[in-house]
Write a protein that binds this ligand. Sequence first.
Ligand SMILES: Cc1cc2nc3c(=O)[nH]c(=O)nc-3n(C[C@H](O)[C@H](O)[C@H](O)COP(=O)(O)OP(=O)(O)OC[C@H]3O[C@@H](n4cnc5c(N)ncnc54)[C@H](O)[C@@H]3O)c2cc1C
Length: 255
Amino acid sequence: MPSAARSCSCCPASGPPTTCAKSAPAWSWTAPAWARTCPITRSCPPSSLSAPDLQWHALPTPFLNQGLADPQTRAFTLLVTLVDVGSRGRIWLHSTDPRHKPAIDPAYLSDGTDIAPLVEGVRMAREFAVASPLAKVCTEELAPGPGVHTDAEVREWIRRDLGTLYHPVGACAMGGDSRLAAAKITSVVDPELRVRGVEGLRVVDASVMPAVPRGNTNAPTVAIAERAADLIIGRAPLEPVDPALEPEPLPAELA
Ligand SMILES: Cc1cc2nc3c(=O)[nH]c(=O)nc-3n(C[C@H](O)[C@H](O)[C@H](O)COP(=O)(O)OP(=O)(O)OC[C@H]3O[C@@H](n4cnc5c(N)ncnc54)[C@H](O)[C@@H]3O)c2cc1C
C-alpha cells in the first residue's frame, strides 16, 4: 500500500469502515429454469439468534463470475448470503485529486464469526437440494462439488470463491454519538444526515447506513431519501406505525 494512501486513511469522509453483504459462491445443480426468490432465514434456532442472518437467492441459471459469464449448462443456483455482517472494510483516498478513485478494502470474512453462518447455509442448501421438491430436478451438484464434505473443506471453498452481493454501506455512517462511541465507531453524519463539522452539507445515500440492514439496500436507500426530503424542507416526520398492528389495505383487485 503506498504511503500516500495510508496517510489519507483517517480523512473523515473516507476513513470510516465500509461493510458489504457477501455471498458464498454459486451453488449449482443441473436443473430446469426456476423463478428468482430471496427469502431471509436464520442459520440457527431463534433461541440462539435473535434475528435472521442469511438471505437466499434462488436463480434459474448457473451464477458464474458474478453473473458475467455465459452459462454453459442448464442449472439452478442457490446463493447463500450473509446479511448480519460483522466484518468491516475500509475506504480511503489515494490523493487529494477528486478525479482519483478511492481505495477500497472490503475485508470480507475478517470478522471470524462471519464464516460459520455461511458454512451452515451451504449445509442447509445441500439439504434442500436432496429434499422434495428440488430433488426431482437437482440431478448433480456442480459446486462446491462432491469433493467438498467436511466443515473445514466447506470453509476453504467459501474463502476461495466468496463473492459480494453489491450492498456496500457504512462509508459515511450515521449515528448518535453515545452508541457509536461505545462501539468505537465515529459517525460521519448525524441522525438528520448532516455531515458533522461541515455547514450546509448532507449525505443522502446507502453510505449512511451504519450496517447492512439484514437484506437488500435499494428500498432502504429510497426510504432514507424520502426522509431526507422531509428534513430538508422542514416537514415533521410521520407518526411511527407498527405494520403488524396496522396492515396496509389490500389493493382492490386482491381484496
Ligand atoms: C449489480 C447490482 C445489483 C443490485 N441489486 C439489487 C437488488 O436486487 N435489490 C436491492 O435492493 N439492491 C440492489 N443493489 C444495491 C442498490 O443498487 C444500492 O444499494 C443502491 O442503488 C444505493 O443507492 P445510492 O443512491 O447509495 O447509490 P447509487 O444508486 O449508486 O447512486 C449513485 C449515483 O451517483 C452518480 N454519481 C457517481 N459519481 C458521480 C459524480 N462524480 N458526479 C455526479 N454523479 C455521480 C451515479 O451515476 C449514480 O447515479 C444492487 C447493486 C448492484 C451494483
